[in-house]
Write a protein that binds this ligand. Structure first.
Ligand code: ZN
Length: 295
């Protein structure tokens, strides 16, 4: 499942081709991935200009501003065009388990996406949402709905507003196992199962340690560890274990640098002890029993 570094890599990859470009058409192939009627989404999107591409937590975000009225020449069928100026707001794409957001330019030699669920047409190419399992979700939020939704998410861990003191204070209010706490998007935005295990190992904290038992030095280590594992993974273009691809269709490279995730039985990179896998809350957690003693 794509997490913060994967969403960040996709957003950066889309900036070049999509920022400033006007949406000429929208084709919804599988309406189940769209929130609300596809026709409403089409009226909101088509005609808009993409002001920026970013992310919030694990979600891709296209900021949209209305464009000039009148239909541009869309490569899509007439039924997939609209003639309005579009609507100000944010298109939020949650990639679910297996979603990809791929840019397809003219003369693109890569094979076409095998499971397209939605296509957004621009003059210079198409943005294709591909999702074989279709747990992803695409929705348009008005400015007010965007602010309300964004407030439900925790701080961005790579931003200045995410501090060691703030993290420790938030941890002290919960008895959840640390790994579960980190996966809760209301606590910290963008951390999923891979980077939760990686951060706990780097901080030398057991994944089942109750959050309120992380002491102040532990909180400071965890703060540094979260930023380090996420920041390094962004520089490496994300972690491709199976489905994730960049906007250009490439694999990331962070899977070659994982400390514990998916490495059951292999030596701990710090002490050489065998990495252990435990399952709780239906998800695997990986840790070193020597560096991360149990609670
Ligand atoms: Zn170890």
């Amino acid at each position: 499942m794509p997490e913060l570094p994967e969403a960040e890599t996709i957003a950066r990859g889309l900036m070049g081709p999509v920022r400033g470009a006007r949406i000429l058409g929208l084709e919804v192939i599988h309406p189940d991935i769209v929130e609300g009627p596809p026709e409403s989404l089409r009226q909101a999107l088509v005609g808009c200009r993409v002001a920026a591409v970013s992310r919030r937590g694990k979600n891709l975000v296209l900021a949209l501003v209305p464009g000039p009225a009148g239909a541009g020449s869309s490569p899509l069928e007439p039924k997939d065009r609209a003639t309005g100026p579009g609507q100000e707001g944010h298109l939020v794409v949650n990639l679910g388990m297996s979603g990809r957001l791929l840019w397809r330019g003219p003369g693109d030699l890569a094979p076409p996406p095998t499971h397209p669920a939605l296509r957004i047409a621009f003059a210079t190419g198409q943005l294709v949402y591909h999702d074989p399992r279709r747990f992803g979700r695409i929705r348009f939020l008005t400015p007010a709905a965007w602010r309300a939704w964004s407030r439900t998410l925790g701080p961005e861990p790579l931003s200045r507003s995410f501090t060691a003191a703030g993290l420790h204070e938030a941890l002290s209010r919960s008895r959840s196992p640390l790994r579960s706490w980190l996966l809760d998007q209301r606590k910290v935005a963008g951390v999923g199962n891979i980077y939760a295990s990686e951060a706990c190992h780097l901080a030398r904290l057991h994944p089942r340690l109750p959050a309120n038992r992380v002491d102040e030095p532990g909180g400071a280590r965890l703060h540094r560890a979260i930023r380090k594992v996420l920041g390094d993974a962004v520089e490496r273009g994300g972690t491709t274990l199976r489905d994730y691809r960049t906007a250009e269709g490439w694999e990331g490279t962070n899977q070659h640098h994982l400390r514990v995730y998916g490495r059951e039985g292999e030596p701990c990179p710090r002490c050489g002890e065998g990495i252990v896998r435990v399952v709780f809350s239906n998800r695997s957690a990986f840790f070193c029993p020597r560096c991360q003693p149990g609670p």
